[in-house]
Write a protein that binds this ligand. Structure first.
Ligand SMILES: Nc1ncnc2c1ncn2[C@@H]1O[C@H](COP(=O)(O)OP(=O)(O)OP(=O)(O)O)[C@@H](O)[C@H]1O
Length: 275
């Protein structure tokens, strides 16, 4: 069974399409990233897949069921980290994670989950005393404590310091290695490149490109830009074969640079952020 299958998904708000007919599928054990600027429709898509929002059109199957009608048992098989942080004032981290574990038929060990999100030293701290990034880690802990087959992560690392992001990446990789399917949204292109097997870039409610982080948007065939200086001035050449260009340049070549487009270049082009 393919954990996520979406065909022709549509959602409108007041006559305006927030999701304008998207198709996507996510395979078992895959990390799939949804990228796109603010308002592109990423959260709306995820919320429909989670069963938190109704769709206006299209077919959606998540773990074999329609999220619009699926019941409690289905819900216990998915884990959710919403964009807004948990509000769990007076309870400690340990109490909160244990409490959530109690909702699921076969949860993970709460202590292991607390360690995995890097909160062991804060296990007895009240949630309201935590920093923003630490609270976000609690959200991630609550999203995975139920031992879900599929995890939705909506901007999971917003507010994380660089070390916490690296720890989080390791956690996601270990979940995926254990067969957990993960759909995440992120504004960090390095995060998508580091984690995702495949990704889709959304703009204005449509998927404008999809593929692997190294091939999406024609990256695999993109030309390199070679720049250098010599007695005649500054040169810039776009080429499939940088070595040939370099070999043909004169002996007084200096400041040589070879640059290949990366995910950020493709992304910025696709969202129209560069003319
Ligand atoms: N409850 C709502 N009522 C009306 N319009 C909404 C509602 N929720 C979202 N929208 C609109 O739908 C579009 C998609 O929003 P969505 O939150 O899915 O985008 P996003 O890609 O997740 O953005 P961000 O990166 O800012 O989280 C936006 O134009 C937004 O204004």
């Amino acid at each position: 069974m393919t954990p996520i299958e979406v065909h022709g998904l549509r959602k409108t708000y007041g006559g305006t399409a927030a999701i304008d007919g998207i198709d996507m599928s996510v395979d078992g054990g895959e990390v799939f990233a949804l990228l796109g600027p603010n308002g592109a429709g990423k959260s709306t898509t995820i919320e429909i897949l989670e069963g938190h929002r109704r769709r206006d059109g299209g077919d959606v199957r998540v773990l074999g069921e329609d999220p619009g009608t699926a019941g409690r048992r289905w819900r216990s098989r998915i884990g959710i980290v919403l964009q807004s942080a948990t509000d769990a004032g007076d309870l400690t981290v340990r109490e909160t994670v244990r409490h959530f574990a109690g909702y699921y038929p076969s949860p993970r060990d709460p202590e292991e989950v607390i360690s995995a999100v890097g909160l062991a030293a804060k296990a007895d701290a009240r949630i309201r005393s935590l920093s923003g990034g630490q609270r976000r880690r609690v959200d991630v802990a609550l999203g995975i404590v139920g031992h879900p087959e599929l995890v939705f992560l909506d901007e999971p690392t917003t507010g994380f310091d660089p070390e916490a992001r690296r720890q989080f990446w390791a956690l996601i990789r270990s979940l995926a290695a254990d067969g957990t399917t993960i759909l995440l949204t992120t504004h960090y292109l390095d995060e998508a490149a580091a984690l995702a097997g495949r990704l889709a870039i959304m703009v204005g409610g449509r998927i404008v490109a999809a593929g692997t982080p190294s091939t999406v948007g024609g990256l695999a065939h993109a030309q390199a830009t070679v720049t250098w200086r010599d007695g005649a001035g500054l040169h810039e050449v776009r080429t499939d074969s940088p070595n040939t260009v370099i070999a043909q340049a004169g002996p007084d070549m200096t400041d040589l640079q070879v640059r290949r487009p990366n995910l950020e270049d493709v992304y910025l082009d696709l969202i129209g952020a560069r003319s």
